[in-house]
Design a protein around this ligand. Sequence first.
Ligand code: PEP
Length: 249
Amino acid sequence: MRQKIVAGNWKMNKDAAASQTLVDALLQRKLPTDVRVMIAPPMIFLDRLAQQAQGTVLGVVSQNMHAAESGAYTGEVSASMLKSIGVNTTLLGHSERRAYFNETNSSLAEKTAAASLAGIEMIFCFGEELADRKSGQHFDVVQAQLEKALFDVDALDWDKVILAYEPVWAIGTGETASPKQAQEMHAFIRSLLAEKGSEQIAAQTSILYGGSVKPNNAEALFSQADVDGGLIGGAALDADDFMEIVNAI
Ligand code: PEP
C-alpha cells in the first residue's frame, strides 16, 4: 500500500548507550500515526532496539540481509534470523553496500528474491552516480538497477517493496537533488512500475527520496507528487532533526 514513510539509516553510528538514548528520545515524541517512521540501527543493536520499540509505532529495520537461509557466511544474517527477533523489514542495495561491499545488480536480485520468499519487506535503494547524471545517463542507470534487481525477479511480492531513490552524489554530501529533479525521477520510476509491472503496482508502491534530506529542505521534497517520504542518513542521528523531517511530511 502506498504510504508516507520516513526511515532513518544510522549506518555505522552510535554505540549501545547512544542508540538506546536516541530511541528513548524518539519514543518520547509524539510519533504520527499517518506516517510510518522507521530506524535502521547497526545490526548488533537490532534485537534490543526492536524490543524497546515493541508496541509503539516506531519500526526497527535492518540495514542489510544475506540471500542465503543459513550456512558458512561469516558475519552475515539471514531473513529468518531477522524474523526471529521481530524485524520484518530490511534495507537492500544501499549505495555504500554497492560501493564498499561489492553488491551488484545480480547479487541484489538474489537478495530481493530471498527477502520476498521469506516475507521480509524491503526498502530497495538505488540511484545514479554523479558521472551518470552529468552524462545524461541517470534514467538509464536507474532503469537498469530496477530491471536487474527487481523486475527480473520471479514471484516478487510487490506489497513488500518500498523503493528509495538515492542519487549517490547527494548522499552524505550536503548536496540535494532539487525538488524538481526528485519529482522528475520519481515520476519516471512510477511510469516504469506501470510499464514493467502494472498500474496497480505503480499506484501502490511508496517511493522515498534519499540524499542529504535535512529539516530545511524536507518539506519542499516531500511535497512533490511522487515523493512518498525519505530515507534519511546524517539527520536521522539527532532526534530533533529527525522529528522535524518526519513532521515535514
Ligand atoms: C543515506 O545514507 O541513505 C542517506 C540518504 O544519507 P544522508 O541523508 O546523510 O545523505
